[in-house]
Design a protein around this ligand. Structure first.
Ligand code: GLC
Length: 750
């Protein structure tokens, strides 16, 4: 410990002159590297998994053993001041070089205060909100000893059968990129040496959401163009925002597993994007290269993964078991091992762990930072903003708080675990406000709230229907809370049938047949295929899994304290047979037109979605003027201003997420019929009109040429501005010349 005390003294003394400190820090890393044995280096590239809830299958590693706690580089699944301090003491005091541990954990949408699942929060279309919830999560996690989160998950998903759609920001690269960057900045905060600075990881690189059949871990086979135009942008935005680590995905891409994909992990990530952070495998994914059939022994898997560009092996022990001999046999360059270890040590240095290995394990800070009233208030705000009103016939919502009685039906209404959804870190179900509690808290004291749990996503059994129908007949209003349980989406929880699981649809029919107004509150981790019964209901709220304050936020919307403003970040198909279905589709040579023959459509189902990307209603209404453009012809180096006047034409204030889409009408390659290129949330009082303007430039018009370089091509563009991705509110302009984006002086990340 003497060494670190001296170092801390030097660090503090010299902290006035940054350069000198950097020199000291650089020396520390190089000094350590010079002293480390090959095995010590390789143990720094191993990560020990000790999490109590498994995040993957149990694997037999044969005679291989994990690196011991006092030489392993990092630990997955340790949290809390007591545990992290104890493990850190072992590592620092019982090792030859006293190298501190990194503690990593999946802090995806909150640590103890749980915020809406990422797909829900994406419905708020609010980068500032995404920043604030990530910041709050980082404050809580770092106060509890966690240095590193495996978030944000930035996988674009256009197939809701895939269980992990819940963890990302939906189907659109532009929205996904904006939120990815905000999350990275949120986890970072003021950055080192602030103790609430947390390392962030963009995952899972790449095209994991393109799994065939929506089946998790399955093959993804996308074109190079789709890969670069759809799946890359959120990762590029995360890298540009300074993300500290990248985690490859389990899938293969065009025959090459991502965990042995040199072209993507080294050529693209390191050489093209200049990413200098860490790469860490997914759980056991190095070991599983043998399952892919490209490695016949774990040693081969270790060689392929490391040489492809994966610094750290998570949980499995192929690196520890085989890299030493691979280096000695010249199959893995020792210089590459040094580079990887250097990145690990630098991460520890950025966190200030060489100066003080225990600075993140502070009991007083943990007590003061976790589940605070401020964080609960933020959780409630985020939940309110994430709710999407899909239907509200005859303005049935909002409900008055002084009803004589109302009936709440559905086991999900009291399912506290469901409120926090998958990947809930240290969130506790009993911290949560359930939907039933939220309703009870909101209504007038003399309003009778009757509750029947009978509709369940987990049981096909239907009983008690007469009693349910009778209760519904007596109620002024019925609130049916339907959807999925917390573990019917998430990793390894793909579904082939996207209808309401269990007995819910049958119970819903009984409720509807009773004749009283039925409001459906959906709790789900993915777009569902909404049955005819669901579509019979006069009001429909999409509330996803909203976190610790879910019940309060749902009640805030149901009873009108807050007007809903969320917009769908992902398309809701009419049938699972339509999937994949997304707004930024190509026109084809025979574009789909309802009622026409010989077009790209179905003979048994309308081709269009039930609810499109960007759709969401409010308790008020809005109108849009035709877009006004600053010019109708511009050079590729010019900017274009698009203005639109938005009016609140209803009787109460509300927030509207104004969306701007662009279409390149004719280009050297086919282009989507529209692509999101701007969004802005505006608050308007009843009757108020506001001018909203967007500035577009070559970055927005560019496409990738055959060498995957961004270029602007001369030609006509259509700009759409409206309330969702189907808006026909449009204007046109021409770009007069073609040039490479690099020649326009623009180089901001996507
Ligand atoms: C899981 C997930 C990954 C997570 C990791 C550690 O398999 O794919 O997202 O970060 O294991 O829990």
């Amino acid at each position: 410990m003497k060494f670190y005390r001296q170092l801390a003294l030097i660090y503090l003394t010299l902290s006035m002159t940054g350069g000198a400190v950097q020199a000291i820090e650089q020396d520390t890393v190089e000094d350590l590297l010079r002293q480390m044995t090959l095995q010590e280096k390789i143990d720094q590239l191993s990560q020990l998994g000790i999490q109590t809830t498994p995040t993957g299958p149990v694997i037999d590693y044969g005679e291989l053993s994990p690196a011991p706690i006092n030489t392993v580089g990092s630990v997955l699944g340790a949290y809390g001041v007591e545990q992290t301090r104890r493990l850190q003491e072992q590592a620092v005091n019982q090792s030859r070089l006293h190298i501190p541990l990194l503690f990593a954990f999946d802090v995806i949408h909150g640590y103890r205060t749980i915020f809406p699942v990422p797909l829900a929060e994406a419905a708020a279309w609010d980068a500032d909100l995404a920043y604030r919830t990530a910041r709050a999560a980082a404050v809580e996690a770092t106060a509890s000893g966690v240095h590193w989160t495996y978030a944000p998950m930035v996988d674009i998903a256009r197939d809701p059968r895939w269980g992990r759609v819940v963890e990302g920001a939906g189907e659109d690269p532009f929205l996904g990129a904006a939120l990815a960057a905000a999350k990275v900045r949120g986890f970072h905060g003021a950055g080192p040496p602030d103790r609430s600075f947390m390392l962030a990881t963009a995952k899972h690189f790449v095209a994991y959401g393109a799994a065939e059949g929506g089946r998790d871990y399955n093959v993804a086979d996308v074109s190079e163009r789709t890969l670069r135009e759809v799946y890359f942008p959120p990762f590029q935005a995360a890298v540009a925002a300074g993300v500290d680590a990248i985690m490859p995905s389990f899938n293969e891409l065009a025959g090459v597993p991502l965990h042995s994909n040199t072209a993507l992990l080294s050529d693209v990530l390191r050489n093209q994007w200049r990413f200098t952070g860490l790469t860490i495998s997914d759980a056991n994914a190095v070991w599983e290269l043998s399952q892919h059939g490209i490695a016949d022994v774990p040693g081969d898997a270790a060689r392929l993964a490391f040489n492809a560009g994966i610094d750290i092996e998570m949980v499995s022990h192929a690196y520890r078991g085989f890299l030493p001999s691979l280096v000695r046999n010249g199959l893995v360059p020792v210089a590459a091992v040094d580079d990887a270890v250097r990145r690990v040590l630098k991460a520890k240095q950025r966190l200030g762990l060489f100066a003080d290995p225990y600075r993140y394990s502070d009991e007083a800070r943990q007590r003061a930072s976790v589940l605070t009233p401020q964080h609960r208030a933020l959780a409630r705000e985020a939940a309110q903003q994430s709710i999407v009103l899909l239907k509200n016939t005859d303005a049935l919502l909002p409900l008055p708080k002084h009803l004589r009685n109302l009936l709440v039906v559905g086991s999900l209404a009291t399912d506290a675990q469901a409120t926090i959804g998958p990947w809930s870190a240290q969130g506790r179900a009993d911290d949560s406000i359930t939907i039933l509690q939220g309703i009870r808290n909101a209504v007038a004291p003399n309003t009778e709230v009757v509750y029947l749990p009978d509709a369940s996503p987990l049981s096909q059994k239907v009983q008690n229907l007469p009693a349910i129908r009778q209760a519904a007949q007596k109620a002024q209003v019925v609130i049916a809370v339907l959807g999925e349980s917390a573990d019917q989406s998430g990793e390894a929880h793909s579904r082939a049938d996207l209808g309401l699981p269990g007995n819910q649809d049958v119970v819903l029919r009984a409720l509807l047949d009773a004749g009283q107004p039925v409001i459906i509150v959906l709790m789900n981790g993915r777009p569902l295929v909404l049955s005819e019964n669901v579509q019979r209901a006069p009001a429909l709220l999409e509330t996803w899994f909203l976190g610790t304050e879910m019940g309060s936020a749902v009640a805030d919307i149901l009873f009108g304290d807050v007007s809903p403003s969320g917009k769908l970040p992902i398309t809701f198909a009419r049938s699972v047979g339509q999937i994949p279905l997304y707004y930024a589709h190509k026109n084809t040579g025979r574009p789909p037109r309802e009622g026409e023959s010989w077009v790209s459509a179905y003979i048994d189902t309308p081709w269009s979605p039930l609810y499109p990307f960007g759709f969401g209603l409010s308790y008020t209404t809005f109108s849009y003027s035709t877009p006004r453009l600053s010019a109708d012809r511009i050079a590729s180096t010019d900017t274009l201003t698009v203005q639109v006047s938005v009016t609140n034409t209803g009787q109460r204030a509300g927030d509207e997420i104004v969306q701007l889409y662009l279409r390149d009408d004719v280009a050297s390659v086919t282009r989507p019929v529209r692509q999101l290129r701007g969004f802005r949330k505006v608050h308007l009082e009843a009757g108020e009109t506001r001018s909203v303007s967007f500035t577009l430039d070559a970055q927005d018009f560019a496409l990738l040429d055959e060498h995957w370089l961004p270029v602007v091509e001369a030609g006509r563009f259509t700009v759409f501005v409206g309330a969702d991705s189907t808006t026909a509110n449009q204007a046109w302009f021409d770009v007069t010349d073609s040039r490479a984006l690099s020649e326009t002086g623009l180089s901001r990340p996507p």
